[in-house]
Design a protein around this ligand. Structure first.
Ligand code: IMP
Length: 195
């Protein structure tokens, strides 16, 4: 069982979440920043490639097990875009602008089916071992009618299948039960820690 883990991210929100999840399991969790590890550029073309790139690079440098994730929104009518480029789709990380851009692209496509999914891939690399992957996905629809103030990113325009509310109208616990990230983390915890 893993005794220590480096979170291969410079995103404080992700680091705090992983620390909260893993500390009760007796894992010593380090943020990449605490060990002066670099922010690895996401040059891959798939979520798995980017997550592996981050986990493998930092495992090599630090000599410790590393966990990385990559996620994004894939819209069918836009041939899967923004996908791995979701974070960069927002000009200056302005998600109001990103949502406007997404809706105008969908309107311009002339397509009426606005099906989409969020994907998340976690990669864990222990030095000298093959990287292990855990995935989660949630299907839904994009709506032009932005609703809710919870969450982040594209949450106000994403309605998960089986619901009438957007992700931004759900609290953290409710979203985590059905979300791509929640599912990937659940699979990771089950396999690596038997919980
Ligand atoms: P990452 O930090 O490289 O994984 O970037 C993820 C990007 O995908 C974010 O900046 C958002 O654009 C989008 N994204 C991923 N997960 C979510 C989510 O749960 N809600 C809304 N947007 C998300």
């Amino acid at each position: 069982m893993l005794k220590e883990l480096v979170i291969a991210s410079h995103n404080q929100g992700k680091i705090t979440e992983f620390k909260a999840l893993l500390a009760p399991l007796g894992v010593k969790v380090y943020a990449a920043t605490e060990l002066n590890l670099p922010d690895v550029e996401e040059t891959g073309t798939t979520f798995a490639e980017n997550a592996a790139l981050k986990a493998e690079t930092l495992a090599k440098i630090s000599g410790k097990p590393c966990l990385a994730d990559d996620s994004g929104l894939c819209v069918d009518a836009l041939n899967g875009r923004p996908g791995v480029y979701s974070a960069r789709y927002a000009p200056n990380r302005d998600f109001n602008k990103a949502m406007s851009l997404l809706i105008s692209e969908l309107q311009a496509s002339g397509k009426t089916d606005w099906s989409a999914h969020f994907s998340c891939v976690l990669a864990i690399t222990e030095p000298g071992q093959k990287t292990r992957f855990y995935e989660g996905r949630v299907n839904g629809q994009i709506t032009a009618d932005r609703r809710g103030s919870e969450g982040f990113g594209f949450d106000p325009v994403f309605i998960p299948d089986g619901f009438k509310r957007t992700f931004a109208e759900m609290n953290h616990a409710e979203k985590a039960k059905i979300s791509h990230r929640g599912k990937a983390v659940a699979a990771f915890l089950k396999k690596e820690f038997n919980v």
